[in-house]
Design a protein around this ligand. Sequence first.
Ligand code: ATP
Length: 198
Amino acid sequence: MSSPRAPRIGVMGGTFDPIHHGHLVAASEVAQSLDLDEVVFVPTGQPWQKPDVSAAEHRYLMTVIATASNPRFTVSRVDVDRGGPTYTTDTLRDLRAQRPDAEFFFITGADAIAQIFTWRDHDELWRLAHFVAVSRPGHVLNIDDLPPEGVSQLEVPALAISSTDCRSRVHRGYPVWYLVPDGVVQYIAKHHLYRSMA
Ligand code: ATP
């Protein structure tokens, strides 16, 4: 009898301030292409060097609302509860400790993978997870300088949406309907997020 395969878990880390359809489409496409059993969204902790980022609890709750309808999507509090700046090596170590049986796939957009050499302990990342770099409008996807066994790339449906633009739209009184899930639009309004910004 063949032994059951290890669960395959995608990890979508982000500030999610707010979570938008670009994040959700990327996660869904990677889940489909790599036959993942689950994608866990991991909102970052409160970065002390970025005082204008919304409270971690708001970002966590918007992520829960946005992912609730997809049975393969879950949300983890590991980075929110650890607090302080988030380092992906810590995120992956914590998730691996919770699920030692699983194989992990860390999802990054083209902009994020281009910065990976600046991440703390970046040379350790490759043994903690396989990295999947996804296309993002306005950014060149290039993984040539990264270890080929550690990273693969995937074209995902192109949605030119960023959290920065969503925040700016709310601040200027423009709608974010259809850029973020309906429940997130309502959460932003209820909690008066992004009205006043530096
Ligand atoms: P901000 O504008 O505040 O910098 P963001 O829109 O880049 O935010 P993050 O929460 O920083 O969102 O992104 C989390 C991850 O999702 C990163 O790896 C990022 O590259 C990826 N990502 C964000 N938006 C998209 C998109 N539209 N298409 C593909 N990947 C995306």
